[in-house]
Design a protein around this ligand. Structure first.
Ligand code: GLC
Length: 433
């Protein structure tokens, strides 16, 4: 009897301690998750001092640049052409519904006015303007959500414990001072979440830096709780390349669609959380002067459509130039994708991955009883859609609403199109019973 009682009281204690600490997303947070999924498309902006070296955002560690020498770049950072209103307008016109901006990348430089360091855009540069503030104000004005990228690692600060990167930047002590660094990050996150209005999401990156040191405790739960306390609707995502932790609100994939792993950073299990995958428009996140290898508008549209078909958002990256402008080719692509989104956005926004799983020829997206069949690559007029157990009431070409013939067969629905599907995405709209 005594043992039963003891076991019982143990169970009760266990249950309550769990119930107390387990993260319960707030109503605002759950609503924000839905809206995030409805938005489907965001633009990632990687901008920092590294843009001046024009070789991508990893130059500091890749070339073992001394942290004190590197910091001198700040004295010359004067992006004379920076105009937040122009950036936001160009991004909005692409059809993107949110912007994710690097407030502080691994180089350690803060692109906002921080009271906790002088190594920031207002204090350390002749520009003296708070870039994050100007961007935030403009996003709120033009009605587009703003997300903050925030690096968990820092190749500049002496108190940041070394991981597998940033080891050659000349800082004195590999151990650093975790308590001091952790306090610094939380102070900065508090600034970011209290000085710039509503923040759609915090996008963390860098936890993988300690992957050779699995005991390393990032104290994420406390940090996440701080964010959710300051802005309950703010979504937390972490590019740690693993399945999400319990307090995270979205699941992030890098350079691969959920379930795929071509770049070697993904392949983790797909959770029930809203999904997002990020990809570069050329080959690099930060501005790289020699990289003119931009993906075509068609390829970018395919990424976006395929992400939607896999129930995920696409976060497409642009690396602004040191003079403060977005590269001309990137602007051109934003425009092209925007023209497509203006015409076909209805088949993307607010949808979820459709009943028919992704196929070689394309994907499906769905809103209620409407199933959008996105034919991306198919050389034939007849297409079998493995849609068992559901009857189709009507099938039309999305673009001009002309009727499409179809038959119900044992294998599903056979679409008999008048023409061979053309364009970046030939969309058939099905009304399901
Ligand atoms: C990687 C890189 C980083 C980039 C990020 C974007 O984790 O470290 O430079 O910001 O991917 O997905």
């Amino acid at each position: 009897m005594k043992t039963i009682l003891l076991a019982f009281s143990f169970l009760i204690t266990f249950f309550f301690s769990f119930a107390q600490t387990a993260y319960m997303p707030s109503v605002e947070n759950l609503k924000a998750r839905q809206e995030f999924q409805d938005d489907k498309f965001g633009i990632f902006l990687h901008w920092g001092l590294y843009s001046m070296l024009a070789t991508g955002e990893w130059t500091m560690t890749n070339n073992n640049l001394n942290y004190k020498e590197y910091a001198k770049l700040a004295g010359g950072f004067y992006p004379s052409k920076f105009n937040a209103a122009e950036w936001v307008a160009a991004i909005k016109a692409s059809g993107a519904r949110y912007i994710c901006f690097t407030t502080r990348h691994h180089e350690g430089f803060s692109m906002f006015n921080s009271q906790y360091t002088d190594y920031d855009v207002v204090d350390a540069t002749p520009f003296h303007r708070d870039i994050v503030k100007e961007l935030a104000d403009e996003c709120h004005k033009q009605g587009i959500r703003l997300h903050f990228y925030y690096s968990h690692i820092d190749w500049y600060r002496e108190d940041c414990p070394w991981g597998r990167t940033g080891r050659g930047t000349g800082r004195p002590d590999p151990k650093g001072n975790w308590d001091s660094y952790y306090r610094f990050m939380n102070n900065q996150l508090t600034e970011l979440l209290t000085h710039y209005g509503p923040v759609g999401a915090v996008w963390f990156d860098g936890v993988w830096d300690q992957d050779r040191n699995p005991e390393f405790d990032w104290q994420l739960d406390e940090q996440y709780a701080l964010i959710h306390r300051l802005q309950p609707a703010c979504l937390i995502g972490n590019n740690h390349h693993h399945a999400p932790l319990p307090e995270e609100d979205i699941q992030i994939f890098e350079r691969d669609l959920p379930g795929e792993n071509k770049a070697g950073l993904s392949g983790q299990d797909i959770s029930h959380l809203p999904l997002e995958t990020c990809e570069t428009m050329n080959g690099m996140w930060g501005y790289k002067i020699t990289d003119q290898n931009y993906k075509s508008a068609k390829t970018l549209i395919h990424y976006l459509v395929k992400a939607a078909g896999k129930n995920a958002n696409l976060l497409m990256n642009v690396g602004p130039q040191p003079n403060g402008e977005l590269p001309a080719t990137a602007l051109q692509r934003l425009k092209e994708v925007g023209e497509w989104m203006k015409q076909y956005g209805e088949t993307i926004y607010g949808t979820r991955g459709g009943l028919v799983a992704p196929r070689d020829w394309g994907v499906t997206t769905q809103k209620g009883n409407t199933l959008y069949v996105h034919i991306l690559n198919y050389p034939d007029k007849e297409l079998v859609l493995p849609l068992q157990g559901r009857k189709v009431k009507r099938a039309v070409v999305y673009k001009d609403k002309t009727l499409v013939r179809y038959l119900h067969s044992r294998d599903g629905i056979i679409l008999q199109m008048k023409d061979v599907p053309s364009g970046p995405d030939y969309i058939i709209e099905l009304t399901l019973d």
